[in-house]
Design a protein around this ligand. Structure first.
Ligand SMILES: Cc1cc2nc3c(=O)[nH]c(=O)nc-3n(C[C@H](O)[C@H](O)[C@H](O)COP(=O)(O)OP(=O)(O)OC[C@H]3O[C@@H](n4cnc5c(N)ncnc54)[C@H](O)[C@@H]3O)c2cc1C
Length: 470
């Protein structure tokens, strides 16, 4: 069979209009958000049903055709981008976008993989429920992508990561078989928990076509504060105080460096510094509760007062309106984007035990500045769950290419410190193409061998997203 014949057979499965072949239609699927990876493909398939996905994978398996699953294309490690060979076919889930059911009484939603995260959040709210996964990319990323990358985000502190929010999955395996595990049960001890294999697998074991996710009661009261602190130590101390005062009602605790304010106010329209004076570090803290009697404002006010009395908090402001709250979040969520216009950025997505964050940051800063004294460190993120985006922007006016050449030594230093602190080299973004070699270098050899054995069993012909993760 010629290549053209094979492509026609794939296209016939999804029908006219759902097989993209023109360069302009394909282009948006080939480059990731930061333009770090660009691949090539002759064909993007847009299946409209699980049956079509099954037929695609059956044919791919028979013909040893490599398949790259793609959701919203917001992944940050190149997992959703094909390689440059032009031999890999993209299967986009964007037409699998039905919310099959919302069951407010059971606090579950059954959704197809291509449902946009924000759409599910809005739909849950319409049913007086909360879907607590929350990412700055939520207007574009899809549930299938969220589960395949086991996304974390700002709600992880109180609600856990994507894995914790999933009760059941429907997955098309590499041979085209459909694994129907769309369970809505909290309790189901009937052997190996297979869904956890596919969550975080980054499309290397099969294509997720639908999922049952957990909903939560909708918050009745939310209070949000922007605090200034002098150091990561002070931020950690404030976190412990806030947790002891608010317990599980503390739903976000995000760390922001001064440079993050400089970058966002410079590049993100509508962002301004919430405080009059400049401080080295900031915390965005949020408390919310579904109990209508719970006074979130009073609780946050108490945390602020105690922090200021003890000089833990240098300054702070509690959002007085929804608009002010949104402004705090816009600043936090603009941090990733605001680094783009500042030139090259060497990125790390790490986690260490929360208590070790200050020591890690001090050691990492020394290591980075030893390599490039004028590097600009933008370390920010989910302090509440020990996850930092440890990003390093090039020196002002420096040479982009020369700075990028420093990436291997910077990464070795940062990941070495992660290892010394019992942390992870990928807290929430995954491995993709970006960290494949780092994973091989740093992961426990027995764990790696077990992962390879699972891959060989479920995808013996290696058609699922080759070149990613393993
Ligand atoms: C501005 C911005 C902010 C972000 N913030 C966060 C954050 O706070 N926390 C976080 O965790 N991530 C964050 N991300 C990363 C990204 O949004 C998440 O990883 C998201 O979950 C990816 O979803 P997606 O639909 O875009 O997946 P894609 O990027 O399309 O794919 C991601 C991976 O999943 C695979 N895949 C996609 N769909 C399927 C499927 N149905 N079946 C099998 N495999 C599939 C792909 O092959 C790829 O390996 C951010 C990204 C941006 C651009």
């Amino acid at each position: 069979m010629s290549d053209a014949e094979l492509l026609n057979r794939f296209a016939a499965i999804v029908g006219d209009g759902n097989a993209l072949t023109s360069p302009s239609d394909i282009a948006p699927h080939l480059t990731e958000w930061r333009k770090r990876w660009t691949g090539a493909t002759p064909l993007v398939l847009l299946p409209g049903s699980t049956r079509e996905v099954s037929a695609i994978l059956k044919l791919a398996n028979q013909t040893r055709t490599a398949i790259v699953p793609q959701g919203g294309n917001t992944g940050l490690v190149g997992g959703q981008v094909p390689d440059a060979s032009g031999n890999q076919i993209i299967v986009s889930t964007r037409r699998l976008n039905r919310i099959r059911a919302i069951d407010p009484a059971s606090y579950t939603a059954t959704v197809e993989a291509g449902v946009i995260l924000q759409t599910l959040q809005t739909e849950a709210e319409r049913h007086d429920r909360l879907f607590p996964l929350s990412l700055a990319s939520q207007g574009s990323c899809q549930i299938g992508g969220n589960l395949s990358s086991n996304a974390g985000g700002t709600g992880a502190l109180a609600h856990g990561v994507a894995r914790d929010l999933c009760l059941g999955l429907e997955v098309v395996l590499a041979n085209g078989d459909v694994l129907n595990d769309l369970s809505t049960l909290k309790k189901d001890n009937t052997g190996y928990n297979l869904r956890h294999l596919f969550i975080g697998a980054e499309g290397t074991l099969g294509i997720i076509t639908a999922a049952v996710v957990k909903l939560s009661p909708r918050p009745r009261g939310t209070a949000t504060a922007w605090f200034a602190v002098q150091s990561p130590e002070a931020a950690l101390e404030l976190l412990m105080r806030a947790q002891s005062r608010a317990g599980s009602a503390l739903t976000a605790f995000e760390l922001v460096p001064r440079l993050g304010i400089d970058f966002t106010t410079r590049h993100i329209p509508g962002v301004s510094d919430p405080l009059q004076n400049a401080y080295p570090w900031y915390v965005l803290a949020e408390i919310s509760s579904s109990d209508s009697q719970y006074d979130a404002d009073a609780r946050l006010g108490q945390i602020a007062e105690e922090g200021m009395a003890g000089t833990l908090v240098a300054d702070g402001i509690i959002a007085a309106s929804l608009a002010q709250r949104a402004a705090f979040w816009r600043l936090r969520e603009g941090l990733s984007e605001s680094q783009l216009p500042e030139g090259a950025s060497i990125k790390h997505d790490i986690s260490v035990p929360v208590a070790r964050i200050p020591a890690f940051m001090a050691a990492a800063q020394s290591a980075v500045l030893r390599i490039e004294p004028d590097a600009r460190i933008v370390a920010f993120g989910h302090l509440g769950d020990g996850n930092l985006h440890y990003n390093i922007s090039q020196p002002v006016g420096g040479d982009r290419a020369a700075f990028i050449k420093l990436a291997p030594s910077m990464t070795e230093a940062i990941h070495g410190l992660v290892r010394d602190n019992a942390g992870s080299i990928s807290a929430e973004h995954g491995i993709g193409q970006m960290k494949r070699q780092e994973l091989a270098r740093t992961k426990d050899p027995v764990a790696l061998a077990t992962m390879r054995a699972i891959k060989a069993t479920l995808d013996p012909n290696g058609i699922m997203n080759p070149g990613k993760l393993l």
